[in-house]
Design a protein around this ligand. Structure first.
Ligand SMILES: [Zn+2]
Ligand SMILES: [Zn+2]
Ligand SMILES: [Zn+2]
Length: 86
């Protein structure tokens, strides 16, 4: 997986401060582990190891950023750059 500097991503206008932290399961299928959160609208989804609702949300909405949600690790991924942002 590629890593780029955050400043090199041209999609940062869609990176928002997310304040919705109430959900505990994927909003599409109810799965409750390895969750991801859209960093544009706060949508909670399962990851590509499960039902890939994170990717489906990107394909439906064009919201490019996800971040692990309620996990003990953290990163920021841009679907459009196909890279982790440092
Ligand atoms: Zn990007
Ligand atoms: Zn799901
Ligand atoms: Zn979204």
């Amino acid at each position: 997986m590629e890593r780029i500097k955050k400043a090199e991503c041209p999609h940062l206008d869609r990176l928002k401060e997310i304040s919705k932290f109430a959900k505990t399961v994927c909003e599409d299928c109810g799965f409750g582990a390895d969750l991801r959160q859209c960093q544009t609208c706060g949508f909670i989804s399962c990851c590509e190891s499960h039902h890939a609702h994170d990717k489906e949300h990107f394909e439906k909405t064009g919201h490019p950023f996800i971040r692990p949600y309620r996990t003990n690790y953290d990163w920021l991924w841009c679907y459009q750059c196909k890279a982790y942002l440092d």
